[in-house]
Ligand binder design. Structure first.
Ligand code: ZN
Length: 427
């Protein structure tokens, strides 16, 4: 049965039509978590089919092939073939092909008139070769992503369509509001940066610290009110350490990584939803394509990547019955570095040139931490909405420069970075 399009989905389709109508051939549709991206994709596919066009829809993980076929099926798109290993749905005669990137790049593939690249922030070297192939040059490639901010993406795509932001969807009631606390402040001054993000090995050394891990568990018990929780860790050792400490504290806690077999993962999901498991510790693998009822997100994995950050927080923003908000416990200082996810905006695609990138980032005004309860307040909010504390002295600096980060004295965690070190770091 076909689902109705929501107003902003209709708007997205209209904007896409205008883009293609104006001669663009490589538009990207930015659709945040909760946008109903697959529904939108189905509408684009329907539009193409109505004009007797053939469509290839690429997905970047095996598990997403079946999920996408099922979603198309639910929208009444049944004439679907699959390009993926020895999948029994292989049938090149069908006008819609759902294809795994891994299989596509190793094989010849059927002709099509339109290509949709799902999760296009995950870039494969194969895409530009395909896009530049003489047979494909003049055919539209439409990118879809909640976070199309990959460096250099603007060299391959020529338009960015933003039909709704995360904030729009929260305001309109399609996504959950969130509250953030920043309970601990790891000292990352000695962590190296590799390929734009923190070095995993260095990060593991810092974050796997016994006091930091203990604080994750303590804070959760203090603040989370037994909410169903995803805990994002640096690596497997760190995730298992967190799991063990939660278990020690009597909190039933699961563990998932990229190697967890599907049946085991399904069982963990079942236990998570029926309340047998309160917390699931994981290593980044619960970012895309996962739709669990998460009401608290623990960020124990510092990142410089806006893409990873927004994808992680996005796991907690789905609406659910009886859910008023998502609680975010940020033990990584990521909000203090990157801002709230609702403040991260890029009006244009990154073309790889340094200047465009710096300009896009400047505009974010960082949240401020309440010195009393560690709640992260929006800039220029003198009174803490969580505990009512009013930080008079600090507001003076705020008047001088709205972008200054408030570095407050920690009541606990004297063992972590000193104020000066942190000030130097954030500067
Ligand atoms: Zn407060």
């Amino acid at each position: 049965m076909k689902r109705e399009l929501r107003p902003y989905q209709t708007r997205a389709i209209e904007m896409l039509r205008q883009s293609l109508g104006s001669g663009k051939l490589r538009p990207v549709l930015q659709a945040p978590t909760g946008f109903g991206k697959t529904r939108l994709a189905a509408a684009v596919v329907e539009g193409a089919l109505a004009k007797k066009k053939r469509v290839i829809f690429t997905v970047q993980a095996l598990s997403l092939v079946d999920q996408t076929v099922r979603a198309f099926w639910d929208d009444g798109i049944r004439d679907v073939g699959v390009i993926q290993g020895t999948n029994p749905m292989t049938d090149w005669s069908r006008p819609v092909q759902v294809a795994s990137v891994q299989t596509l790049q190793r094989r010849p593939f059927p002709e099509a008139d339109v290509v949709l690249i799902d999760e296009c922030h995950r870039w494969f070297d194969f895409y530009p070769k395909w896009m530049r192939d003489p047979r494909w040059q003049s055919k539209p490639f439409i990118g879809l992503s909640a976070t199309p901010w990959t460096r250099g993406l603007g060299r391959y795509f020529d338009d960015l369509i933003i039909a709704a932001t995360t904030q729009d969807l929260i305001s309109e009631g399609y996504l959950s509001p969130f509250r953030v606390f920043a309970p601990s402040h790891p000292d990352l001054t000695k962590v190296r940066t590799v390929a734009g993000d923190y070095d995993g090995g260095d990060l593991s050394g810092v974050m796997n610290d016994a006091l930091l891990v203990a604080d994750v568990v303590d804070t959760w018990r203090q603040r989370a009110d037994n909410r169903s929780t995803f805990c994002f860790a640096v690596d497997r050792v760190h995730a298992k350490h967190l799991q063990a400490k939660f278990a020690e504290a009597g909190v039933s806690t699961g563990y998932i990584d990229a190697y967890t077999p599907t049946n085991e993962r399904d069982e963990i999901q079942r236990q998570f939803h029926n309340g047998e498991l309160r917390v699931v510790c994981n290593v980044g693998c619960l970012t895309t394509g996962i739709d669990w009822d998460v009401r608290c997100v623990i960020l124990a994995r510092p990142t410089k990547s806006e893409i990873l950050f927004v994808q992680i927080i996005g796991r907690g923003l789905r609406m659910a019955e009886g859910k008023d908000d998502c609680l975010i416990l940020d033990h990584s200082d990521t909000h203090l570095r990157l801002g709230f996810v609702t403040d991260i905006h890029h009006d244009v695609l990154d073309d790889g040139r340094p200047r465009a990138r710096a300009k896009a980032c400047d505009r974010i005004r960082l949240p401020k931490e309440c010195p009393q309860c560690t709640f992260l307040k929006p800039p220029r909010t003198p009174k803490c909405p969580a505990c009512g504390f009013k930080a008079d002295a600090i507001d003076k600096t705020e008047v001088i420069d709205g972008e200054l980060v408030e570095i407050t004295r920690r009541k606990k965690r004297e063992d972590t970075a000193s104020e000066d070190e942190q000030a130097a770091f954030y500067a």
